[in-house]
Write a protein that binds this ligand. Structure first.
Ligand code: PRX
Length: 671
């Protein structure tokens, strides 16, 4: 049994509580004595010094050492047109060859790439050789459907090995993938396919969740059927008939994945592309309702994912079993389920299911069964596990674990300590990794076994990365709280927003000039040079590590026929980090429905339909009017104060200061 496991409420549970309380007083944890760092981690001290002395030489050396190039690069960085940086741009390579062919050629074809596990206990282990075989067939299948280099291919799949095959098949032929998180609604998929002019969409018949099966393809048909640029839909048969109904296929447009593979030539050599060839677009939320198409390219991105995956997770591909519990539809899945792990040739666990189904111990059962050595998850998941109780991990032997990771939001010290003690048995370093969709790979993180950790801090920048804090006026700060920026380019940085260079410059590089990347987070820097991420400074909400924009949710709410106006803010939440609170004004003739539970449910469902369940407001507060400045701008700061029950700030700039008092009274009486 795991040493930390104990049922809450038992004598042992009481001891655990007492120990966690004691640990809350410990500010700094030296690397656990028993942890022996390997390869890159051990070399970190020199790496940091080398990178600081000559960042370009550092990155060039890593690019040559970690990736296989079809045509070696001679130029490391072209920074003549900031912020449009180009890395290794006269070099050529193929991402799928780096992730698959090189391992098979090295005799590692029989190594398992993914131990896949379904929620009903189904299992499938896919080797590197099998992944390569399917990738080649799908690549040829996509070609047969007319996909050429530079075309966009949409991917809307659950956590099944085919999602990796789909991404790699695109990379193999120079197509650009656009993966949409499986939890998004088909109408959100439509928007992302439409704005990127996707030619093909790869999706699935149905998806399982907690014992139920949802019809995915039917939803896709209803929302995307008429998209003029979408020529074909490839359908993976994953669940079989949903609710007794066979999946409808439109002749000439739709094709079954297995039939496409069966008909394809099994041999498809990887296409060498320029290091600056686009690899993927990933839509993420920004401060407007329109999602941003974050564009990553080939060489720099793959270098970032490969290097950081090795250095931060201290990977030994020959012995480690690695598991990242994210969804492949987010950047964490792209970099640390697919590209980083495969490029490094490691064996991963891939799980399609929820952490609490069939029971709350399913994750820990999988860790014990597959002897997972490295586990990477999000603070929101850890907080849920704390709530369920230490008895669940306590049922399993977690002694295979040697390293734990966290990502997506600040981890509160209590969650950090529970993770350290209950899951890691006190012997595993925790790497709290700060980064973003835009950065492509981890930027600030401890190096395990080297960096002393402080619960709640992502600690220090990785070699070659130069974060800094500045004041509102842009003056550098050596300590204290400020705006987080990155002062020099790095290989895996986003290259632009798809077809929107102007918004790219405006969003990230206008405030302090074209050489200073503005992250969008506030942070604190302590006397040891450790970074403490505070959170977003723009209108982005982080719900359970999922990024949503207030404007996106507002526009979904106001599209409901009964709604006149809506304003959305984030409220601090113990479980999900932040929760969505919507202030809603109904149209005059519908005003009588305000306060109705049925109306609240209707609005929540409406948002689920437009964006996805993850965007449903936690609370709906009915407002007769919203606080606006004289120029008509909604003052969200005041709404946040109201939602979180704080003393109201200055209301004198409001057109009608009485609005706030009325709202505060409403909130006080609302559930
Ligand atoms: O606010 C930061 C938070 O998540 C934002 C990036 O969201 P996204 O692009 O969806 O990528 C999430 C996974 C990399 C950041 O601007 N964030 C991410 N990791 C951390 C974090 N906040 C604090 N600590 C972290 N480790």
């Amino acid at each position: 049994m795991n040493t930390g496991g104990a049922a809450d409420g038992s004598a042992e549970g009481g001891e655990l509580e007492a120990e966690l309380t004691r640990l809350l007083g410990v500010e700094r944890f030296e690397p656990p004595a028993g942890f022996v760092p390997r390869q890159l981690a051990a070399a970190d001290e020199t790496a940091t010094a080398d990178a600081a002395a000559d960042p370009l030489a550092f990155w060039a050396a890593r690019a040559r050492e970690l990736l296989v190039w079809d045509k070696p690069f001679t130029r490391v960085l072209d920074d003549t047109n900031p912020p449009f940086y180009r890395w290794f741009d006269d070099g050529e390579l193929n991402v799928s060859a780096n992730c698959l062919d090189r391992h098979v050629a090295a005799g590692l074809g029989e190594r398992v790439a993914y131990h896949w596990h379904g929620e009903e206990g189904e299992r499938r282990s896919v080797t590197y050789a099998e992944l390569l075989a399917d990738t080649q067939k799908l690549a040829n299948g996509l070609r047969a459907l007319g996909v050429v280099p530079g075309d966009v291919v949409g991917i809307f799949l659950p956590m099944i090995p085919e999602v990796a095959v789909a991404m790699l098949a695109c990379a193999r032929i120079g197509a650009v993938h656009n993966v949409v998180f499986g939890g998004f609604a088909p109408s959100a998929v439509r928007e992302r396919m439409e704005v990127s002019d996707a030619k093909v969409l790869i999706t699935v018949d149905g998806a399982r969740r907690k014992g139920r099966t949802a019809a995915v393809k039917a939803g896709v048909d209803a929302e995307l059927g008429d998209l003029p640029k979408l020529e074909h839909i490839v359908v993976v048969r994953s669940t079989g008939p949903v609710g007794g109904a066979e999946t409808a296929m439109t002749a000439g447009r739709d094709v079954w994945y297995h039939e496409l593979l069966a008909a394809a030539d099994p041999h498809c050599p990887p296409l060498p592309v320029s290091a600056e060839h686009p690899l993927f677009i990933l839509y993420s939320s920004g401060s407007t309702a329109k999602p941003k198409g974050i564009l990553h390219t080939t060489g720099g991105y793959l270098l970032g994912a490969t290097y950081t995956h090795r250095a931060v997770f201290d990977i030994d591909p020959a012995t480690d079993v690695y598991w990242c519990s994210a969804d492949v539809g987010w950047i964490t899945g792209h970099s640390y389920i697919v590209y980083g792990p495969l490029s490094n040739g490691v064996t991963s666990v891939m799980y399609e299911g929820a952490p609490d189904y069939p029971d709350h111990d399913v994750w820990w059962r999988l860790i014990a069964e597959y002897q997972v050595t490295i586990f990477y998850t999000a603070p929101t998941a850890i907080r849920a596990c704390i709530k369920w109780g230490a008895e669940y991990p306590g049922r399993h032997d977690l002694s295979s674990l040697r390293l734990l990771g966290s990502v997506g939001e600040p981890i509160n010290p209590k969650a950090w300590l529970w993770y350290h003690r209950v899951i890691g048995g006190g012997r595993c370093p925790i790497v709290d990794t700060w980064w973003q969709t835009e950065t492509g790979s981890i930027m600030i993180s401890p190096i395990p076994g080297v960096t002393a950790t402080k619960p709640g801090s992502a600690t220090r920048p990785l070699p070659g990365i130069t974060p800094a804090l500045v004041s509102e006026a842009g003056e550098p700060l050596t300590e204290g709280t400020g705006i987080l920026v990155i002062t020099s380019p790095w290989p895996s940085m986003l290259r632009t927003l798809y077809r929107d260079d102007e918004r790219f410059v405006e969003t990230y590089f206008s405030r302090f000039g074209p050489r200073t990347y503005v992250v969008g987070d506030a942070a604190r820097l302590d006397a040891d040079g450790y970074f403490w991420i505070i959170g977003r400074i723009d209108d982005v909400i982080n719900v359970s590590g999922h990024r949503l924009s207030t404007a996106e949710v507002e526009s979904a709410i106001v599209s409901h026929e009964a709604v006149a106006e809506a304003a959305v803010v984030a409220q601090a939440d113990e479980d999900t980090g932040q929760a969505i609170v919507a202030f809603v004004t109904l149209r005059g003739e519908r005003a009588g429905e305000a306060g109705d539970d049925a109306m609240v449910e209707q609005l929540r469902e409406h948002v689920a339909h437009r964006i996805g369940k993850l965007a449903r407001p936690r609370r709906v507060i009915w407002a007769d009017d919203l606080p606006k400045t004289r120029s008509g701008k909604i003052m969200r700061r005041l709404l946040r104060d109201v939602a979180e029950g704080r003393e109201l700030g200055d209301v004198t700039t409001l057109r009608d200061p009485a609005v706030m008092a009325a709202l505060a009274a409403k909130v006080a009486s609302a559930p």
